[in-house]
Design a protein around this ligand. Sequence first.
Ligand code: ZN
Ligand code: ZN
Length: 353
Amino acid sequence: MISYQVIEHGRPLQKVLAENPRPQGSEVLVRVTRSGVCHSDLHIWEGYFELGGGKRFYVKDRGCVPPFTLGHEPFGIVEAVGPRVPKSLLGKKRLVHPWIGCGKCAICKAGQDNYCISGRRIPGVTRPGAYSTHILIPDPKYLVDASGIDESFAATLACSGVTAYSAIAKLPPLASGDRVAVIGCGGVGMAGISVLRAKGVKNIVACDIDAAKLDAAAKLGAKFTVNTKESDAAQQLQGIAGAIDFVGTPATAGLGIAALRNGGRYVLVGLHGGELTHPLPPIAQRAIGIVGSYVGNLAELKAVVALAKKGKLKPMPVETRPGSEANRALEDLNAGRVVGRVVLDFEALAATL
Ligand SMILES: [Zn+2]
Ligand SMILES: [Zn+2]
């Protein structure tokens, strides 16, 4: 197998050749055809998340120590299975649910793997990831049939799609005239607009500092756009029922929370970093909610895939590049040069093996 690995945080990934792992027990070996490039990959590559106030969260404290392979958005073909997995799965194309917990604790057994703290098995975080021709998945139950969906688009559903879906599920009940702000129109924000549209929300307000991203958001179905660099941005947003913050800075959080109508809800998804300080009484007096949302669970991924299969999810712009361009993809994402999502194609590299 060929993998692109972090050898040292912040340095270019290196191409590494190794033997294919052999699936044991209930494991499944997937030959990766597509692998999404995510903003979280940038943080993991750099080695930390900013917590604000000069504090950082280091990924090594969650067991993410170089050398390791990045990537948590794999789509591919089942190439080998462990002895406890039906052989009928061989050759099947599947999307991988990456937010895998220990599989044994009460939280995992309740289907909430993404909340597990006992031993997460996330590709590209605590296990070898998907910037690779092959990836080992612990159990076939984490494979989702996404047939009929474009492969590159399908890869994005396992992260940006399910993350957006889970965040939107945390909004308050919406009346037909209610406006919902999507703050940050990168890959996950764009998925958010798609899912909101699919769920029948009409008054979507796309917010960003980049005019090109706002144009793309409007094309995808946002009814209003607000450039948050403008001095009256807060005024334009005033009275929103919900804000989903896909950026996550003190400025975006402040903007979203201040603009909520009474009873509205601010959902934080983005991990850009910083600290929130907010007076307490107005949170009660305005009956607003401030809630975090982290990726999504397997049931939510299946729900997103079902929406996509029905043709209800308008695909965001997806650019497919050869897997060998993993470094350039990260650099472009880091420089804000990506509209929508970059997905790496590992098929050509696998053919060289
Ligand atoms: Zn991701
Ligand atoms: Zn668990």
